[in-house]
Design a protein around this ligand. Structure first.
Ligand SMILES: NC(=O)c1ccc[n+]([C@@H]2O[C@H](COP(=O)([O-])OP(=O)(O)OC[C@H]3O[C@@H](n4cnc5c(N)ncnc54)[C@H](OP(=O)(O)O)[C@@H]3O)[C@@H](O)[C@H]2O)c1
Length: 223
């Protein structure tokens, strides 16, 4: 088992972590679709990593995501994997400082995850090795007052991933299901310096059995 020859979509691909994941997937022989909301940053990524297929979409817009899925299917066919990296950080100020404005910004990453995972659900279920991963935060196990909005959104995203895992398991049991898919949550305290660790961990999702991976939470740490 390996990611070689698989098609993987990176949702939110233009950050340092997205670029590291794209590079590692390309090096491992995968076809990579890199999605971001800014055409200039997508163009720069395509120039930096020849072979990457860039796509611009606002992943918090349901119609944009459906149109993206149609373009991806037309350009490269079904996908085998989704690395969902749309994030963002707002925090501080204790509970009184957990503003609606900050929450609305943070909640966009969860909205994007819901749209993207539903748009590519059938692909992942039908793939012989479907994989979807997010990067959550270690604050989910120890929420602080200053990170309440952020941590609540990450906890919701983790819950969504467990629902995807349940859906994959049910699809596997049902007659006619294509293959073995898995939903995996990575947790990290801070990503800076761990981008290559994340990239390797995403590539390794295709080295392990889906039944072992599905629904798991894996902490990314240095060393
Ligand atoms: N950084 C950390 O220390 C840390 C810690 C714990 C967890 N995490 C999580 O790890 C993941 C990756 O982190 P990161 O710092 O690399 O993420 P990030 O800075 O939030 O960037 C992720 C990507 O999302 C894209 N994006 C944002 N809004 C979008 C939209 N509406 N439609 C399409 N693309 C959109 C951004 O590109 P454009 O702006 O060009 O669209 C960017 O490429 C996130 O889920 C984050 O919450 C990070």
């Amino acid at each position: 088992m390996s990611v070689e020859g698989r098609t993987v979509l990176i949702a939110g691909a233009t950050s340092a972590s997205g670029r590291a994941v794209a590079r590692a997937l390309l090096d491992a022989g995968a076809r990579v679709i890199a999605v971001g909301s800014d055409q200039g940053r997508i163009d720069a990524l395509e120039a930096e990593l020849p072979g990457v297929v860039g796509e611009r979409a606002d992943l918090t817009d349901g119609d944009d995501v459906l149109e993206l899925a149609m373009r991806v299917h037309a350009r490269v066919g079904d996908v085998d994997g989704v690395a969902h990296l749309v994030g963002g950080w707002r925090g501080g100020g204790g509970i009184a400082g957990q503003t609606e404005e900050d929450y609305r910004v943070l909640e966009r990453s969860f909205t994007a995850l819901r749209y993207v995972s539903r748009a590519f659900w059938d692909d992942l279920v039908a793939s012989p090795a479907g994989r979807i991963a997010i990067v959550s935060s270690t604050t989910v196990t120890a929420p602080t007052a200053g990170s309440a909005n952020y941590t609540a959104v990450k906890a919701a995203s983790e819950s969504w991933m467990r629902s995807l895992a349940h859906g994959f398991a049910a699809a596997r049991r049902s007659e006619g299901s294509g293959g073995a898919a898995a939903a995996v949550t990575f947790r990290v305290s801070a990503l800076s310096g761990l981008e290559d660790r994340l990239a390797t961990s995403v590539v390794d999702l295709w080295e392990a059995d889906a039944s072992t991976l599905n629904g798991s939470v894996r902490e990314l740490a240095a060393g």
